[in-house]
Design a protein around this ligand. Structure first.
Ligand code: FAD
Length: 486
């Protein structure tokens, strides 16, 4: 079976490994001259940066790929569980170190925010139960195959779902549980941004996400996040997968409603029995299948947020910061309302990730820290980014300087900026969305495109814009679901 994969994002590489392990003759076509898509890295003035994802959860989905090929993951890919999930900061000088261990986290929450420790442990326990009863089913299986709905675990999930905050938003769920503790509500609301959603709209079922961080853990790969890409890319090469880099595909060739191959931008045609698209599903239809029938309702669902990222080489070390840090906005609801209107608040929530806390060689020998500073931003809808970026940069610098009581700007000795238009240009992600489609309505899980086409035989889909959604673990699961049903 000859199979083409369009795109060497993490889902494309995982698909290549899975299909090669099933005996397919796999060729990957990638527009860039490097693998990994959003999961890439770069260096500037001696500072190394992971360009995209910084938070790594559910490492078992990476390990599984090595096991599938009869290899031992630790021989090629190692990671460590972090004892601290995140350092949280509020404008009024409140700080909270969120330990991974649920008991320690609950105790620290009580000390910093006054919330009873028992309420926190109970909430995390409920998050875990929800994931085991229903969440796992919805993430690990195709929701678009009759066989799924005939399984006992799925029937059970459907029965228990209404009792697990299916009909409340995340925010309402948190309000109910942590009434009178607005900072705790805000802290748990932030988990909606795991897939670029709005906690005031996303379903309460997404309250399974803290379970990933506090019960399963947050991990950091040796060599940085980019090691996920490089180790899986090398595994795929050992499996015999062939790559064509700098080779954008312009068309998926079809005949009698079945795929026959792909055509490159340079006009070369290649015959294939199966085609797996790791390109954003919106552009797969609009650019590669312009004459096919398009599932417009699915393609026009609300997109996830995008982001503005400042990569700063900072010539100082900050003991109060850890690997992951979040500086919250005062008015979180307004921040999300503005994002939906295509704007960024003057007091944004800021994510600072510093891999040199864990890997000192990520900075020059003279020392310092490599800051990945991310502000939630709307997708590109024609905003004037040349005016917006300097404004957001100024607000971001002022906020961090105030909270850390240090004038930050003079400490920046290297800088790069990534913004929504560039995210779209580099990865063909529609409007620069980080996670494909958001979960901003109660039916979102059912309104993602399936991992196969119901209209064109031999056409399959993986990656953040299709089921089960965005983020590294779900992209890896999309490859698993696709290959199990191919
Ligand atoms: C700034 C940022 C921060 C993030 N933070 C996190 C995080 O902390 N944790 C987390 O889990 N996730 C995070 N994410 C999301 C995560 O990066 C993505 O969900 C995931 O990497 C998407 O992988 P993918 O396989 O869908 O494809 P992508 O990474 O989008 O790659 C698609 C690939 O397909 C190629 N391609 C597209 N069209 C064509 C074509 N026609 N022909 C050939 N090649 C083509 C592109 O060049 C690209 O290489 C973040 C993303 C960004 C940008």
């Amino acid at each position: 079976m000859k199979t083409a994969i369009i795109g060497a994002g993490i889902a494309g590489i995982a698909s290549a490994i899975r299909l090669a392990a099933k005996g397919h003759d796999v060729t990957v076509f990638e527009a860039n001259d490097y693998p990994g898509g959003k999961l890439s890295a770069f260096s500037v003035n001696g500072y190394r940066f992971d360009a995209g994802p910084s938070l790594f959860t559910m490492p078992q989905y990476v390990d599984e790929l090595f096991a599938l090929c009869g290899e031992s993951a630790p021989d090629h890919f190692r990671y460590e569980r972090m004892d601290t999930v995140c350092h949280y900061f509020w404008n009024d000088a409140t700080q909270l170190r969120a330990w991974a261990n649920p008991t320690d986290f609950a105790r620290a929450s009580e000390e910093a925010l006054g919330v009873p420790a028992a309420a926190v442990t109970q909430f995390l326990q409920r998050s875990s139960t929800k994931y085991d009863l229903a969440g796992r089913t919805f993430l690990e299986k195709s929701l678009h195959k009759a066989a799924t709905w005939l399984q006992w675990s799925v029937a059970k999930a459907m029965v228990v779902l209404p009792f697990y905050d299916m009909f409340s938003t995340m925010h309402q769920t948190h309000q109910r549980h942590f009434k009178g503790f607005p900072k705790m509500v805000q802290l748990f609301n932030r988990f909606a941004t795991y897939n670029g959603s709005n906690p005031y709209k996303a379903p309460g079922m997404l309250t399974i996400i803290p379970h990933f961080e506090h019960n399963i853990g947050v991990f950091y790969p040796e060599g940085g996040m980019h090691a996920i890409t490089t180790s899986l890319y090398e595994l795929s090469l050992r499996q015999g997968v062939k790559y064509h880099f700098s080779t954008p595909i312009n068309e998926i060739l079809t005949k009698n409603n079945a795929v026959t191959g792909v055509k490159t931008a340079a006009g070369a045609e290649f015959a294939f029995d199966k085609v797996v698209s790791n390109m954003d599903v919106f552009y797969t239809y609009k650019k590669l299948l312009p004459h096919a029938q398009h599932p417009e309702r699915i393609l026009n669902q609300p997109k996830s947020t995008s982001a503005l990222i400042f990569y700063w080489g900072i010539k100082k070390e900050f003991a109060e910061l850890g690997l992951h840090n979040i500086l919250f906005a005062d008015d979180y609801e307004r921040e999300f309302t503005l994002l939906e209107q295509g704007q960024v608040t003057h007091d944004p929530t800021i994510y600072i990730n510093i891999t040199s806390k864990y890997t000192p060689t990520d900075v020059p020998e003279s020392g310092g820290e490599n800051w990945f500073v991310m502000v939630n931003a709307p997708c590109h809808q024609g905003q004037d980014w040349s005016t917006l970026i300097p404004e957001i940069r100024k607000n971001t610098l002022e906020k961090i300087s105030r909270i850390l009581k240090t004038d930050l700007e003079p400490l920046i000795e290297a800088e790069e900026i990534l913004e929504p238009r560039e995210i779209e240009r580099r990865t063909s992600s529609h409007l620069g969305a980080l996670y494909g489609y958001s979960s901003n309505n109660l039916m979102a899980a059912f309104l993602r495109h399936p991992n196969f086409s119901g209209k064109i035989k031999g056409l399959h889909f993986v990656g953040g814009s299709v089921h089960p959604g965005g983020g590294i673990p779900l992209c890896l699961l999309s490859a698993k679901i696709m290959s199990e049903n191919l």
